[in-house]
Design a protein around this ligand. Structure first.
Ligand code: MN
Length: 228
């Protein structure tokens, strides 16, 4: 087969390997830590809905790069998240078999225009301009499960200019990795190259020009990003 052109193939480095991980889709889960649900002003729910949105593949920003604050927002915020990298196709995957689809994990930041998101919520519009922007998904190099194991707990934190803003534990995720994969695959067929952001803990906040972000999760390659 031949193609009429060659659009960019977005990819993410893999720790300890010369090979890279080509990105297919980027799925993002919302409302996955109770304290973040509270800080966003949602009332306590017995059953937290499965909130999902997507980012385009060119949302990916490599470790060590600089992200510019878009001119159309006055409230550009950080959300540190565990990111799952998928290696195997599947749909309607059971929780029991879900981890067989995991290639590895990264530290990611779901960069969000909170003012546009609040406006969209108020007006019943989609979150696209708040969440699904190019360069809105910095991701650290992927650590394969052979090196870090299957993550169910561990420290997740984000600092801005040396001050800790977000700090929590992966064990507090309302939906753990296997449940997210199972639930997502009821709606979408997952493919190798898919990336899943798993939701942020509390402590999200505004970023300013010149900020230096350091995000880390136990056992994974940390992520450094500069804001401009
Ligand atoms: Mn998020």
């Amino acid at each position: 087969m031949s193609f009429i052109n060659t659009p960019p193939q977005i990819s993410i480095p893999i720790t300890g390997s010369a090979e890279t991980f080509p990105v297919h889709q980027i799925y993002c889960v919302g409302r996955n830590y109770q304290k973040h649900i509270s800080e966003m002003g949602y009332s306590q729910e017995k059953t937290v809905p499965f909130v999902l949105f997507l980012k385009p593949p060119d949302a990916v920003v490599q470790n060590g790069q600089t992200v510019c604050i878009p001119g159309f927002t006055n409230d550009f915020q950080h959300e540190v998240e565990l990111v799952i990298a998928i290696k195997k196709e599947g749909s309607k995957i059971s929780e029991k078999l879900a981890l067989e689809h995991v290639f590895g994990y990264s530290v990611g930041i779901d960069l969000t225009c909170r003012d546009l998101q609040n406006e969209a919520k108020n007006k019943g519009r989609p979150w696209t301009f708040a969440k699904s922007l190019q360069n809105s998904a910095p991701i650290s190099d992927i650590t394969p499960v052979e090196k870090c194991g299957y993550l169910q707990e561990g420290n997740i934190q984000l600092s801005v200019n040396g001050n800790i803003r977000q700090k929590n534990d992966l064990k507090n995720m309302i939906r753990p990795v296997q449940k997210i994969i199972s639930e997502l695959s009821q709606f979408y067929t997952l493919f190798p190259g898919d990336i899943i952001f798993t939701g942020t803990p509390d402590g999200v906040g505004k970023l300013e020009k010149g900020d230096r972000i350091f995000a880390e999760i136990d056992g994974l390659e940390p992520l450094t990003i500069t804001i401009n």
